[in-house]
Design a protein around this ligand. Sequence first.
Ligand SMILES: Cc1cc2nc3c(=O)[nH]c(=O)nc-3n(C[C@H](O)[C@H](O)[C@H](O)COP(=O)(O)OP(=O)(O)OC[C@H]3O[C@@H](n4cnc5c(N)ncnc54)[C@H](O)[C@@H]3O)c2cc1C
Length: 315
Amino acid sequence: MSKRVNVVGAGIVGLSIAHDLALRGHAVTVIADQRAEESVSSVAAAVWFPYRSGTSPSLMGWLLAARERFEQLSTDRAAGVDLRDGLVVERHVGEDRSWTDAVPHHHEAAADELPDGAVAGVRATVPVISMPHYLPWLEKRCAGLGVTFVERKVTSVEDATGDADLVVVAAGMGSGALLDDDSMYPVQGQIVRLANPGITEWITDTENPGGLTYIVPRREDIVCGGVAQVGSWATEPVAEIEQEILRRVVSLMPALAGLPVLSRATGLRPARDSIRLEHVAGFPVPVIACYGHGGAGVTLSWGCAEAVADLADQV
Ligand SMILES: Cc1cc2nc3c(=O)[nH]c(=O)nc-3n(C[C@H](O)[C@H](O)[C@H](O)COP(=O)(O)OP(=O)(O)OC[C@H]3O[C@@H](n4cnc5c(N)ncnc54)[C@H](O)[C@@H]3O)c2cc1C
């Protein structure tokens, strides 16, 4: 049965949910005070990889579903999704490789492919999402399915309800305040974007002794990171941190030396020890929470959207 659904949040999570609810015939309104292009989602690198995604029992299913959906979208050039080969560097013996269960194309990296200090690595083919293409494409897809957009800040679930039959709270860091949940915390990140002369290979080196390091080449730029400062609300890029990031990425990939800097940004990953995706009781209309995706909101987006759409049929 078709429902009127108000989704709070227009980041990658809110938009993906709105898309799938509309696809199933619901009448969806997205309410947000920032458009996707201004949200944390626009700062994401965005490579499919479950970094700081917490410990949800459903994680593997969401990862798999999202990877498959992105893979389907990679056949539509306009979406901005490309399947790209890359390397996950491992600095400790026995690192968690459970994520590879969701990736059909992966294999052990050869010793001569690893940077100094690495003990092993996994080469994998995963989706890389060029967010400057993807977010506007997704907004347009939603609009094409009849989703309407309202730009305003919501102060409570009641304020978001109006004449809706169902409210979905997918407001990233803003979700905790709406649902009286104090278990969220920011994991601050900083990136620098370089001009891309045609590089396609990505690298993640989360345990780099200098700090979290990654290189994600997209269509027009190469996102270089990063930082993962738990509890920091800092919003301005710091020049010294950027210099350190550039030093580390050039050491991993010397071809990056001297590439022009296009832009820089910071973002607060909306973290929680485990993602909250559930029906929340106690409101006049059913409420579904979907937030706390940490450093993997893009990676999990379609999996969580499908789960919310399933739940919407049950509440
Ligand atoms: C530097 C960096 C690199 C990253 N790299 C990757 C990566 O490679 N791969 C990956 O999967 N993830 C990555 N991430 C993580 C990813 O960006 C986040 O997990 C994701 O963006 C979270 O999406 P979201 O939709 O939940 O939140 P957001 O994008 O923050 O969107 C929240 C939305 O809710 C709205 N909102 C909030 N409060 C209210 C309110 N009270 N009223 C109205 N509207 C409200 C906002 O306006 C916004 O529209 C990275 C993050 C950072 C910072």
